[in-house]
Design a protein around this ligand. Structure first.
Ligand SMILES: [Cu+2]
Length: 245
């Protein structure tokens, strides 16, 4: 609810957790609202002309300290569980290396013939019908469906952040560091994300577009992309451009 449809195991867990938190937040808000309303009605100057002189109530103070602490600890446990889950990469079938640059992304496929390319946003004046403004790129990432992919992140200049909401990935790309995460996308489709670390004047103009295709079509794309990049040639890097639909 309210988040993009979850297409990876990490995002499924995050969405479940989000829906639980929503109930907790709602319950706390309603409780506080009822208390306030009670005070407004019962203790205003008209209804309660002689105010009480109490300034302490030990039991009440312990309760209003301990109960929030219990709630926070209860939230921490599932939260940390998801964090560890996202950082434990089991049996990755391939690696996607992502490098943030001012202001575009570079992608490398070390397990697929070491394909590498840059991915720039399509500027407004070149945007075509059906393309999302500020989200579409010249070279989309293409990855296979139902495949565990290790995502490695770094940057060449300043800190960027590779964030794709439907994948539940939002991780800093830091110069001199290699951060890791993993994805396993269960649904063929096109997914978008954006740089989510303020990285300079072009921060809002380095989107992420990911095309998730069947394993067969991915193999086809790899063959096409290898040739294109070897020839240092044209911008034919999306799956559709090498004969897909
Ligand atoms: Cu950036």
């Amino acid at each position: 609810m309210m988040t993009q449809e979850a297409v990876t195991p990490i995002m499924s867990k995050m969405t479940e957790f989000h829906d639980i938190l929503l109930v907790v937040i709602f319950a706390v808000s309603v409780f506080v609202f009822i208390l306030l309303a009670y005070v407004f009605v019962k203790f205003n100057a008209k209804a309660n002309p002689v105010p009480s002189k109490n300034s302490h109530n030990t039991l009440l103070e312990i309760v209003w300290t301990v109960v929030p602490v219990i709630i926070l600890v209860a939230i921490t446990i599932p939260s940390l569980r998801i964090l560890y889950f996202s950082e434990t990469i089991e049996d990755a079938e391939m690696t996607l290396k992502v490098t943030g640059n001012q202001w575009y992304w570079s992608y490398q496929y070390p397990d697929n013939g070491d394909i590498s390319f840059d991915s720039y946003m399509i500027p407004d004046e070149e945007i075509g019908p059906g393309q999302f403004r500020l989200l579409e790129v010249d070279n989309r990432i293409v990855i296979p469906v139902d495949t565990t992919i290790r995502v490695q992140l770094t940057a060449s200049d300043v800190i960027h952040n590779w964030a794709v909401p439907a994948f539940g990935v939002k991780l800093d790309a830091v110069p001199g560091r290699l951060n890791e995460n993993w994805i396993r996308v269960k649904k063929i489709g096109t997914y978008y994300g954006q740089c989510s670390e303020l990285c300079g004047v072009g921060h809002g103009f380095m989107p992420i577009a990911v095309e998730v295709v069947s394993k067969e079509n991915f193999a086809l794309w790899v063959e096409g992309a290898k040739k294109e990049f070897a020839e240092g040639g044209s911008q034919v890097k999306t799956y559709a451009a090498v004969g897909g639909n």
